[in-house]
Design a protein around this ligand. Structure first.
Ligand code: MSP
Length: 688
């Protein structure tokens, strides 16, 4: 019997910056799906990777003063490291630059589309957004990208065009006949309306750029970065153009008639993506595949975005959340490896998958304590303690007498079916709500049955056997059901339950009440999720975040430069100091630089780097926040003259308003050196 295959992909991430919690979100969700599918007996290929071509990356590398090959290779490693930290299991990684296999795939795709008449060369005159790597349609807001709102650059060159318009009807027909193709349904409606409004042909090459895949037969051009990136979904499973691996034949649906011993007619392919890149996946990608004569994936699922405290994350706001400090701080305070499970559980439970969601450290710790420490962790130690104390550590054989009705409720099939259905639909939050509902039932069952009050009477002892069996079996079932989301702790519960083999190898689709063998010896319980002090944990996370923020030379002392586009800023800050373009004296005059005197200075609680200052700038006393706390003490600062940029827009850093910026030079080791005067100068004097 052929094992059904399941091929799941994350987007390939731009290799231009350290991944944050938003980029980790897709990978965490996919990891949960991959684990679930493996537990259903599927042969799963799970692909992630890095998107390494394009003008945006080349410029970021140039700004960093690093050869682009090295720049992307270093960033690529940051992703792999994070996947290790997050316990992302058994995945394949594809990268698009310096990869000859990928060059072959992309060039083959282009050649097939050319042969089929879907590509033509013509003059392109218009605007291009390098941040979204897309040509901006005429008729949108003038000269700005309608996705990110940034100014688009004027480009005039001979380009190869892809006849996207030729696929309009076929796309609409596909959305109609295959409602599973774009999910959730509301996203499908968006895509359909977009296509119905009419498709324009798109330029799929860039001239004179070097950092990309050469256009086959025309070395003056490189392939458009999205054509290149999307094709990585094929390269990642062994597609090499004309030559195809057995894996490719197994995981990708094959064209009719391409019989092979490994061809799997039921190959199921799911691309998981964020909502911002839906158009590329649901409109361009199917057309590129059709043009090359290849079958389509089954589903494109677009999830929502993660915001931080209801705001979009951006370096300029200083509110980017990275997963590593969250995991490390929780591990450290709990004295156990639980941070990864905590983060995964929180993100998949609190955010309805598909919709936008919010990240807050407070929310994370509340969930951790309520659902993991007091919920699953507490149940697990209670149950195992009872079996150890009352039955010498051996799971009792329940008497054949009629089980209490409550026991039946615990074991009832509808719960198991509901959880599986939710996982199948990627409704993690629903799956977890059902599982934790079952957990509450077990807690209630124990409160009602009071096994700790059982007497030596035979009747009581028989009932105790039943209750202990039911509670232990429930724990086993809960561990199996929640394993895809919280893999580490459930594996430990599995071992404590004295179960053989790895929990990951269990079949979730065959899970039934009664699988626990009486007589199984359980281990003495060890706390699975130690309770944490919320305030202390939040502070620790914040401190650790400070440690991994990009080092000081890459950020100004008080990183406030007005409203810069977010992604532009992120690549710029990651990339390091740049040589700014020359400006006129009038431009310089716009900066209000003043002599100020520090009146008070105190560290911002929970950070290592930030100092809150009040500074007299002549006309008023201002509150500022500066990233100098590692280099100056409050005592060194009070009474000192400093230079202040007085007309910056106010902004908040760690919730503290900063109304201006203190000027400093950056030492080679990254530390700031405050600008000072060697002669007397009155407070409030302007610098010019
Ligand atoms: N390189 C392209 C994808 C090419 S796939 C053939 C790209 N890369 S990206 O790094 O900018 O984004 C990768 C994914 O991260 C996208 O799905 C995007 O939606 C997701 N996210 C980035 N920030 C996010 C949040 N704050 N929240 C959730 N997902 C977010 O686009």
């Amino acid at each position: 019997m052929t094992v059904p295959s399941f091929y799941l992909t994350t987007p390939i991430y731009y290799a231009n910056a350290r991944p944050h919690i938003g980029s980790a979100y897709t990978t965490i969700a996919c990891d949960a799906i991959a684990r679930y599918k493996r537990m259903c007996g599927y042969d799963v290929a799970f692909l992630t990777g890095s998107d390494e071509h394009g003008e945006k990356l080349r410029r970021a590398a140039e700004e960093a003063g690093v050869p682009v090959e090295r720049f992307v290779a270093e960033k690529r490693e940051l992703f792999k490291e994070l996947w290790r930290t997050l316990g992302i299991g058994d995945y394949r990684f594809v990268h698009t630059s310096q990869n000859l296999d990928h060059v072959r795939s992309v060039q083959w795709m282009i050649e097939r589309a050319q042969e089929a008449g879907y590509i033509e060369k013509k003059k392109y005159e218009g605007r291009y957004c390098i941040f979204d790597e897309r040509y901006v349609a005429e008729g949108t807001a003038p000269a700005t990208c309608d996705i990110c709102g940034r100014p688009a650059e004027l480009v005039a060159e001979d380009n190869y065009f892809f006849k996207l318009s030729a696929f309009q009807d076929r796309l609409l027909g596909h959305y109609r006949d295959h409602p599973e193709f774009v999910q959730p349904g509301y996203r499908r409606n968006e895509v359909r309306s977009f296509v119905e409004a009419g498709l324009r042909d798109i330029s799929i090459s860039r001239r004179r750029l070097k950092w990309g895949i050469p256009w086959p037969g025309d070395p003056e051009q490189v392939v458009y970065v999205w054509y290149d990136a999307l094709t990585s979904y094929l390269t990642g499973i062994g597609f090499r153009g004309a030559e195809r691996s057995e894996d490719f034949k197994k995981y990708w649906p094959q064209p009719a008639g391409a019989a092979s011993s490994t061809t799997n007619p039921h190959a199921e392919v799911v691309h998981m993506i964020g909502k911002d890149i839906l158009r590329f996946h649901a409109v361009y990608w199917p057309a590129f595949l059709w043009a090359a004569g290849l079958p389509l994936p089954k589903t494109i699922f677009a999830h929502g975005w993660i915001y931080y405290e209801q705001e979009k994350m951006s370096k300029s706001k200083g509110n980017v959340v990275y997963p590593e400090p969250v995991v490390a701080a929780i591990d450290e305070l709990a004295g156990a490896k639980v941070g990864n499970d905590a983060l995964r559980y929180y993100l998949l439970r609190d955010v309805v998958f598909g919709q936008d969601g919010n990240f807050s450290r407070d929310g994370l710790l509340t969930r951790y304590n309520a659902d993991l420490a007091n919920g699953l962790g507490n149940l697990s130690s209670r149950v195992l303690t009872m079996v150890s104390n009352s039955r010498g550590g051996a799971v009792p054989r329940p008497a054949p007498a009629e089980a209490p009705r409550r026991l039946f409720e615990l074991s009832s099939k509808p719960h198991l079916i509901a959880v599986r259905q939710s996982y199948e639909r990627f409704e993690f939050s629903d799956a977890l709500t059902t599982i934790w509902g079952m957990l509450e039932l077990v807690d209630k069952f124990l409160v009602e049955e009071k096994p700790w009050a059982a007497t030596e009477a035979v009747g009581d002892q028989e009932r105790l056997d039943q209750v202990l069996y039911a509670a232990t079996e429930s724990l086993r079932i809960l561990a199996v059901l929640s394993h895809p989301v919280i893999p580490d702790a459930t594996e430990r519960i599995w071992q404590q339950l004295g179960q053989e083999g790895k929990l990951a190898d269990q079949r979730i689709d065959q899970l039934e009440w009664g699988g626990l063998k009486p007589g199984t010896r359980v281990a003495r319980p060890e706390p699975v999720f130690p309770r944490l002090d919320k305030k202390q944990a939040i502070e620790r996370i914040e401190n650790m975040e400070e440690e991994i923020r990009p080092p000081a030379p890459k950020e100004p002392v008080m990183p406030s430069e007005g409203k810069q586009p977010e992604r532009a800023e992120s690549s710029r800050l990651e990339a390091g100091a740049t040589t700014p373009a020359r400006i006129s004296i009038d431009d310089f005059a716009k900066v209000d630089l003043r002599v100020g005197e520090v009146k008070t200075a105190e560290r911002v609680a929970g950070t290592d780097r930030l100092m809150k200052l009040t500074v007299d700038i002549g006309s008023e006393v201002r509150q500022l926040v500066a990233g100098i706390a590692q280099n100056y003490t409050p005592e060194q600062l009070v009474g000192r003259k400093v230079v202040v940029v007085a007309n910056l827009e106010p902004r908040k850093l760690r919730g503290v308003e900063s109304n201006g910026m203190v000027v400093a030079a950056t030492r080679p080791d990254g530390g700031p050196v405050l600008c000072a005067f060697t002669e007397e100068v009155p407070v409030g004097s302007r610098l010019k």
